[in-house]
Write a protein that binds this ligand. Structure first.
Ligand code: BEZ
Length: 254
């Protein structure tokens, strides 16, 4: 499995749409002034900042040092931390996450940590890649890598759950699911597909021999061109989002 690596500058140039499109799940969070909120996978803090504007006190965490530095530059409270190893106990009114949970391999550890971090009846509101997410992109990248006997690198380990599967996981960890939806969200890519692959599949490309990287990116783009690029040259990624709002039962007092 190939770990992803992030570069805050590339992300700001080619990945800004991730936070720009976070409005729907922010609407599900409805932060209230004075609340303590944890933002898992805060990235460079674009959405964290919007939560903080409600008057809530927000703590951001992210696994990437480069991203956390970006969030700190905005004046946000953000630290490098693994969401499967958080030290918080009954601290937060709400745990929020956008476009991060699918990167986490140990989902039971994540959900145990989130439940433990929430105050009794606290809420967990998140959006992540769901079942079928970026299916065409994954197939194309796998095909491009396989031409060079590098198909094994395509196993990114992202976890794109179906709704019934994630509902079951949440319930097994003491959550009551209040709302959940799987939503196809075709996503315009202003920077094009090559930039998307270079930014969001950087961890994979880093393991491709240098002389083949450009070829793998270009082959991926060529395979995808007939299905994800319109006749005017506009690219759209085949994103599918899983959104949910859940409440932790008063399981911490058990
Ligand atoms: C996502 O947000 O679904 C995603 C982003 C980059 C790579 C893979 C998935």
């Amino acid at each position: 499995m190939t770990p992803q690596t992030w570069n805050a500058t590339d992300y700001a140039a080619h990945g800004r749409f991730v936070s720009d499109l976070g409005g729907a799940i922010l609407g599900w969070l409805q932060p209230v002034s004075g609340e303590e909120i944890l933002d898992i996978g805060c990235g460079d803090g674009a959405l964290t900042e919007q939560i903080a504007q409600s008057g809530a006190k927000v703590q951001g965490i992210d696994i990437s040092t480069s991203m956390v530095e970006g969030a700190q530059k905005r004046g946000l409270q953000a630290v490098v931390m693994d969401a499967t190893q958080m030290p918080f106990e009954r601290k937060f009114d709400a745990v929020f996450s956008n476009a991060a949970l699918h990167w986490i391999h140990d989902q039971p550890a994540l959900l145990r940590n989130v439940a433990q971090s929430l105050k009794p009846n606290g809420r967990f509101v998140a959006e992540m890649g769901g079942h079928g997410n970026i299916a065409a992109i994954r197939v194309a990248l796998h095909a491009a890598l396989s031409r060079h006997q590098l198909g094994h690198l395509a196993a990114d380990g992202n976890f794109y759950a179906a709704p019934q599967e994630y509902r079951r996981l949440l319930e097994e960890h003491g959550f009551i699911v209040e709302a959940m939806e799987l939503v196809p969200r075709p996503t315009p890519l202003a920077s094009g597909m090559a930039a998307w692959v270079q930014t969001f599949r950087r961890g994979i490309l880093d393991q491709v021999p240098t002389e083949l990287r450009e070829i793998v990116v270009q082959d991926t783009v060529n395979y995808l061109q007939p299905v994800l690029c319109d006749r005017d040259g506009n690219w759209t990624a085949d994103y599918v989002r899983l959104r949910f709002r859940a409440q932790v039962a008063d399981f911490n007092s058990a």
